[in-house]
Structures are given as structure tokens and as C-alpha cells.
Design a protein around this ligand. Structure first.
Ligand code: C2E
Ligand code: MG
Ligand code: MG
Length: 694
């Protein structure tokens, strides 16, 4: 058997007798071993320190440091027994043989030496030594692996409850588990609440032969740890009354898991539960309600209107904070008891309210909605959020979580379409009726364009400086065969939802351009404002549609004023900039509609090529009573004009409002005071002969 593949084994020969050393050396060299010599115990220890041999042959009888103490020192130095030490003793000296083993010797050979036997013993000792080293290395590897994996092992005797745990568990857990000599003692170390479970699992394993696999908590100096115990019965005949297993410290992975679970059920932005958690909560609550006629549940959905613009105007971080504030306000106004709040995603929230009857549930929901009307304070700004909401009730509307949530969401979408703040789901007779109307509207909308049911009305705009009508805003109307004239607030959102806005919008552009062209040729160069919806604006090809319509109508582009809203341009700043630039270069005018209700109105003016701002009616309405609004209008006007823009005030209804507006420096006025939206003929007649009377 080759003792080493790479080099001959190294044998250390220790004897004070030079002749014996020489003899041994000669013999061993002939067998192919490398030999080093030492003349006494001292030298032997030194030699081992410098280069540990594979085997030591050592005389016991030496002056000064004898073989026994040299052997003992070498064991200490090496830290284990894997290096074989064969002692050379006098024959039949039982006492010295005993002493040699006590000092850590592996084997002995009696003197005088029998050379044949010696060669055999040396070979054997070397083999054992190399096996021992192999075992030792394997143990070390195993211990390292266990430590890295956070695993210790245990063994439990079914017969007498004796337990053995590996010592390294203390390193892992900070608790001396290996001192627990029985399962009962181990149970005494784990968390009170887990003791019964631990005992039961082991007893079951003993009685039925099942595996043990459980997790228990352990109070340790490093806080609470989570231990997983896995084990099974021995399979060898001699092991059948033993169970073997491992203990693993799974604290960190459980913690990570708990975080993952938390994140899987919560929304990071608001800290509220997410859709999944909400669904579970509603299901659980429904379980509790079944068979209890004295309790109802309301499931409500709240959707913030046009929230996307906050992301663009306030920045995502602040918009996220706003969402968090909205969530908190919903939560605090519902109170902690009998309600849940979740963020379903985006700008959509859901609530669940438990109450004694329907009116009480609805009242609580509505009171919460009312609280959302007050402004939110984020980043030094007061922000109002618009919303639409819908709700459904258990047991009246649906019996399960899925049905309740779906109905509430449908009701919310319906509310948004119809411009309501809140609607109950369509089980409600009124709402069902309303939904039918909306559906019918939608159906007839599809035919409206080809049936020529759309028409434009024109609302005059007067210039303060000249006192003349200088333009009009073209406003879309729909003459429904049965319902009569339908206002845009009722069908423009439908057009947008159905995508019809593209065709209808293009028709509006063509019609307004045609009319403006006719008036221009008749010596009435009136500027006509055309509203563009965000969808339309973001779709490709808008420029071509508008440019083509103007060429067809042979109208000067400078007479066409495109009204866009702030929210729109915020959605895709680069696209908007490029498109507006294109319009400007072609000579069109750009107006920002409903100016002031957004949030970065001022910044907006610097970013885009804009000709006109239209101050929202909301500011005009209170101009006579609110100093704050006056200040805002004044500031907006000054800024816009300093950037070379014109300012139009919308929705001016009274003479007093008009006076204030004029005093604040606004250029033009549009509103019922000057004229309501009217037919093209009426408008033409008014524009021709207009003399300022206001
Ligand atoms: P808008 O562009 O802000 O239009 C002004 C709205 O205010 C018009 O309502 C107008 O009739 C109304 N208004 C004008 N002066 C007064 C006033 O003194 N007092 C009051 N209380 N209201 C006044 P209308 O025509 O119902 O249009 C509503 C909205 O529908 C428009 O708001 C616009 O956003 C949209 N819209 C109208 N026509 C079109 C269109 O052709 N295309 C698109 N995409 N949207 C349109
Ligand atoms: Mg407008
Ligand atoms: Mg407007």
C-alpha cells in the first residue's frame, strides 16, 4: 500500500543510543521511508515543532526528558492523537507499557527489536495515522459546515429520555443547550408557549415512528431566537431506540421571511395593507358576520382623480407622501374599530366598514369622504384631492369578498363617469337606472358622429383694451334624439374612455377651423379656441390633423387657439414640448385652460411655448370676497404678461367680478356676463356690432 502518493513518509527516530538509531535508520531507509533522528526527548519535541513527522519511534528510557514526558508534550503540541507514536520498551515491562499509553502512545514494540515485526508495526501505525488524520479533517469540515449553516445535532434516547446536544449550539444560540440532559430539560429552555408542542412532537415520534420537524422559540441573551428541530429514528438495528436530528438556528431567515410576508401584504408607500391583505380581511370579517343579522359590512373604493399630475408636478416623492397622508386620513376618520383601509394600487384605496345597519355604515363612509375634502399639507403646499368613490353592502349587494369589491369598483367607475362623488353599486335601483342611462349614452355616442348630432357653440371673449369681441371658445354640444342637448361634462369623459375622442376631437378641429375660415374671409378675423383633451393630445398625429384642417378651411393658423390643460402637459413633458413647439412654429396659438388649479403653474409657463393663460373660474368666483384669490390672480397675471402672454379670465358672471378682473390687469374676459355659449349665427351677429357695455 502506498503510504503517500507524493513523498515518502517521514519517521522520527528518538533514542539516546546512537547504535540503535543507526540500525533503525538503516532499516527504515531500506523500506523507503525518510528518517530524522533525535537523541533525547527535548530534541524530539523540537523536531516535531519544526516539522511534524508521519510517525514517531521513541525509546522510553532516556536521560533528562524521557519518552513518556516527550510523548505527552508532543500530544499537547499537536492538539490531538492523530500522529502515531510507537514506544520502544523493555520486554514484558507491563508497567512501562501502561505508562506509555497513558502518555498518549499509539503502540509499543519491545526491545530487543524484532526487525520483521518492526517493519510490520511501522506500516500499520502509519496507516492508522493517516486514517486518523483523514477522520480529523472530515470532522473539522463537518463542524465548519455546521457552523456556517447554523446547525447543531442532537440525539435522543427513547428508552430513558437521555438527550445529547452538540456543544456548538451554544455558540449559535447563546444558550448552553448541550447541558440539557433530557428532552424535558430541553423543553424547560424553550419559550413557555412552545413547550407543549415540543414534547408532543417528540412523543408522537416515539409512539408512531413519525419524523420530528418543528420550530420553537428560545429566549437567549441575543434576543429571541427561532430554532428548527428536525430528526428521525435510527435505521440500524442498534439505533432503533434512538432518534437523531439537527437543530438549526433559523432566526435570520424567519425574520427575512416575516419581512417578505409583511411586504407581500402591505404597501410600502402608505404603510397600509395591499389588495391581498384587504381581500383576506374582508373574507375573514365576512366569516364572522355570517348568521349575524344585526351587522352589515360596507366595502368602499376611493379613486383619486387625475393623480398622475401630482407625480409630475410635485415629484414622485411628494406625491407618494400625499398618498400616505390620504391613506392616514381615511384611516383616522374611520377609526380603529370595525374598519380596514388598504391601498389597492396606484391612486386607489379601499375601505371596509362594519356597522349595525346600512344607514350607519353609509354614514360612516360618507363622513370619511367629507374629511377628504379638506386640503392636505405637503411640502409647504396645500393640495386638494379630487376623488370618486363607490361602495357595496353586505348582505344586500353581494355575499362574498370578490363580489363586494367588484361591485364597489364598478360603482366607483360609474361615479367618475357621471361626475358624482360617490355611488352605491348597481344593485341600488337609482344607480342601476343611472348606469342604464350611461350605457345607453355610450351606445348612442358611437352613432352620434355619423348621424351629425354634434355641433359647436361659441362663447365670446372680450378684450378690455379695445372693448371688442376678439374671439370665442368653441364648445362641443351633442343633440341627443331623445335627451335633447347633452352638456360635455356628461359625454366627454365617455368619449375619452371609449376612444371616440379621437374622431370627435378631429371633427371639432375641422368644424372650428371651417367656421373661423368663413369668418376670416367675411372680414371677421376672430380667434377661435378649441379644447383638446389629454388623450387627443398625447396621441400621435395631432399636428397633422390640425394643420390639415386649417389648410382645408383656408384659415390663418394664428386664428386657431388650442386649449390644453395643465394636467395634460405634465404627463409627457418632452412630447408636449416638442409638439407645442411644432404648433408654435406653424403659427398656431396655445392657451392653457383652467390655469391655476394645478400645482406648478408658474414653472409650467417657463417650460412651454404658451401664448395665453385662461384663469380658472374657481378664482374668478371668489375674486370679490377673497383677498387671497385676488393676490393669486394678480401674481399669475403679472408673471404671464412679463413672459409675453395674454391672460383671459373665465367664468365672469357679474359686473363686480369683471371690475376686479380688469383692475388686476387681466387682458380679456369670457363668461356669462359677456355672453353664454351660443350658435355660430348669434355669435357672428354679436361680434359684428359689439360695443362694450360692461
Ligand atoms: P372649459 O374649456 O373650461 O370650458 C368652459 C366651461 O365653462 C364651458 O362649459 C362654459 O359653458 C362654462 N362657462 C363659461 N362661462 C361661464 C360662466 O360665466 N359661469 C359658469 N358657471 N360657467 C361658465 P361647457 O361648455 O359645459 O364645457 C365644459 C368643459 O367641457 C370645458 O371646460 C371643456 O373642458 C370640455 N369641452 C367642451 N367642449 C369640448 C371639446 O370640443 N373637446 C373637448 N375635449 N372638451 C370639451
Ligand atoms: Mg376650454
Ligand atoms: Mg376652462
Amino acid at each position: 500500500m502506498p503510504l503517500s502518493d507524493f513523498s515518502a513518509p517521514l519517521v522520527l527516530v528518538v533514542d539516546d543510543d546512537v547504535a540503535t538509531r543507526l540500525l533503525l535508520k538503516g532499516l527504515l531507509a531500506k523500506q523507503g521511508y525518510l528518517v530524522v533522528e533525535a537523541a533525547n526527548g527535548q530534541q524530539a519535541v523540537e523536531s516535531v515543532r519544526q516539522q511534524p513527522p508521519d510517525l514517531i519511534l521513541m525509546d522510553v528510557m532516556m536521560p533528562d526528558v524521557d519518552g513518556y514526558s516527550a510523548c505527552a508534550q508532543i500530544r499537547l503540541l499537536m492538539g490531538d492523537e492523530s500522529l502515531p507514536v510507537v514506544m520502544l520498551t523493555a520486554a514484558d515491562d507491563i508497567e512501562s507499557i501502561e505508562k506509555a499509553f497513558n502518555a498518549g502512545a499509539t503502540d509499543f514494540i519491545t526491545k530487543p527489536l524484532n526487525w520483521a515485526l518492526l517493519a510490520e508495526r511501522v506500516r500499520y501505525a502509519l496507516r492508522t495515522g493517516s486514517l486518523n488524520r483523514e477522520v480529523r479533517r472530515a470532522r473539522l469540515r463537518e463542524a465548519t459546515t455546521r457552523r456556517v449553516a447554523g446547525i447543531g445535532y442532537w440525539q435522543w434516547s427513547l428508552d430513558d429520555d437521555a438527550l445529547t446536544c452538540s456543544e456548538d449550539l451554544e455558540l449559535l444560540t447563546g444558550v448552553p443547550l448541550h447541558r440539557a440532559a433530557t428532552l424535558h430539560a430541553l423543553a424547560g429552555l424553550v419559550h413557555e408557549g412552545d413547550r407543549k408542542r415540543l414534547m408532543a412532537a417528540f412523543e408522537r415520534a416515539r409512539d408512531t415512528g413519525s419524523k420530528v420537524d418543528l420550530e420553537v422559540r428560545l429566549a437567549s441573551g441575543q434576543g429571541e431566537r427561532m430554532l428548527r428541530l428536525v430528526g428521525e429514528r435510527g435505521t440500524q438495528v442498534e439505533d432503533v431506540s434512538l432518534m437523531f436530528g439537527v437543530i438549526q438556528d433559523v432566526t435570520d431567515s424567519r425574520r427575512a421571511q416575516a419581512l417578505v410576508d409583511y411586504l407581500a401584504l402591505h404597501d410600502e408607500t402608505t404603510g397600509l395593507g395591499n389588495r391581498r391583505l384587504f381581500q383576506q380581511q374582508v373574507s375573514n370579517a365576512l366569516e364572522g358576520l355570517k348568521g349575524d343579522p344585526g351587522r352589515v359590512m360596507l366595502v368602499g373604493v376611493i379613486d383619486l382623480s387625475r393623480f398622475g399630475r401630482y407625480n409630475d408636478t410635485l415629484g414622485v416623492q411628494i406625491a407618494d407622501r400625499l398618498l400616505g397622508l390620504v391613506g392616514q386620513r381615511i384611516k383616522s376618520s374611520l377609526g380603529a374599530f370595525g374598519s380596514e383601509v388598504a391601498r389597492l394600487g396606484g391612486d386607489e384605496f379601499a375601505v371596509m366598514v362594519l356597522a349595525s345597519d346600512e344607514p350607519a355604515a353609509v354614514q360612516r363612509f360618507n363622513a370619511m369622504l367629507a374629511k377628504l375634502e379638506a386640503p392636505f399639507r405637503v411640502d409647504e403646499q396645500e393640495v386638494f384631492v379630487g376623488l370618486s368613490s363607490g361602495f357595496s353592502l353586505y348582505p344586500a349587494d353581494a355575499a362574498n369578498q370578490d363580489g363586494l369589491l367588484t361591485l364597489a369598483q364598478e360603482a366607483q367607475r360609474q361615479a367618475r363617469r357621471m361626475g358624482h362623488a360617490s355611488l352605491r353599486c348597481s344593485i341600488d335601483a337609482d344607480a342601476a337606472q343611472r348606469q342604464r342611462v350611461a350605457l345607453e349614452l355610450e351606445l348612442s355616442l358611437h352613432k352620434a358622429l355619423e348621424r351629425g348630432e354634434f355641433f359647436l357653440v361659441y362663447q365670446p371673449q372680450m378684450n378690455f383694451a379695445t372693448g371688442r369681441i376678439v374671439g370665442a371658445e368653441a364648445l362641443l354640444r351633442w343633440r341627443h334624439p331623445e335627451l335633447g342637448v347633452v352638456p360635455p361634462i356628461q359625454f366627454v369623459p365617455l368619449l375619452e374612455e371609449t376612444g371616440l375622442i379621437h374622431d370627435v376631437g378631429a371633427w371639432v378641429v375641422r368644424e372650428a377651423a371651417r367656421q373661423a375660415g368663413v369668418w376670416e374671409r367675411d372680414g371677421l378675423p376672430l380667434r377661435i379656441g378649441v379644447n383638446l383633451s389629454p388623450k387627443q393630445f398625447l396621441a400621435l398625429g395631432l399636428f397633422d390633423i390640425v394643420a390639415h384642417a386649417c389648410r382645408q378651411a383656408a384659415v390663418s393658423p394664428s386664428l386657431i387657439e388650442l386649449e390644453i390643460t395643465e394636467s395634460l402637459t405634465m404627463q409627457d413633458v418632452e412630447h408636449t414640448q416638442a409638439l407645442l413647439q411644432e404648433f408654435r412654429e406653424a403659427g398656431f396659438k396655445i392657451a392653457v385652460d383652467d390655469f391655476g388649479v394645478g400645482h406648478s403653474s408658474m414653472e409650467y409657463l417657463l417650460k412651454f411655448p404658451i401664448d395665453v393663460i385662461k384663469i380658472d373660474r374657481a378664482f374668478v368666483m371668489n375674486i370679490t370676497t377673497e383677498r387671497g384669490h385676488r393676490a393669486i390672480v394678480r401674481a399669475m397675471t403679472v408673471l404671464a404678461q412679463s413672459l409675453g402672454m395674454q391672460v383671459i379670465a373665465e367664468g365672469v358672471e357679474t359686473q363686480r367680478q369683471c371690475d376686479f378682473i380688469e383692475a388686476l390687469g387681466v387682458n380679456e374676459v369670457q363668461g356669462y356676463l359677456i355672453g353664454k355659449p351660443m350658435s355660430a349665427e348669434d355669435f357672428e351677429a354679436m361680434a359684428r356690432g359689439y360695443r362694450r357695455t360692461v
